[in-house]
Design a binder for this molecule. Sequence first.
Ligand code: CA
Ligand code: CA
Length: 145
Amino acid sequence: MSKVEDFLSVKEEEEIVHAIRQAERDTSGEIRVHIEKTSHISHYNRALEVFQMLKMFNTQQQNAVLIYIAVDDHKFVIYGDKGIDAVVPDNFWDTTKSVMEQYFKVGDFKQGIVEGVLKAGKELKVHFPWHEGDVDELPNEISKS
Ligand code: CA
Ligand code: CA
């Protein structure tokens, strides 16, 4: 895999964006996906950096979640904002992670991301249900670098 652009086809990207829109119909939480080739710092710290870069702290309930993927490193991180951490157990994202791992293990990256997004939405819904007048606070497009 030479470029991060080759990782997903246009159609696959559309499916992921569709999944984000679908997930955000159930929760006030905001979900974003960032994909890049590799990270030179720890993946957790890089996810935090990307979270800041994308200004994902900019939600009213501080309930945005970033799914960060470093393709060549075969690593991903799910990073949720303070508002989520305040009301969930430490292992909150484990179910979402294991769903994604199941698909990644067999090389189905697109479906792993789609299922991860949908699962994250379902998990968020419990604590941050969608409400009338909800605003789409963060873009649903995939971020790449
Ligand atoms: Ca929203
Ligand atoms: Ca959004």
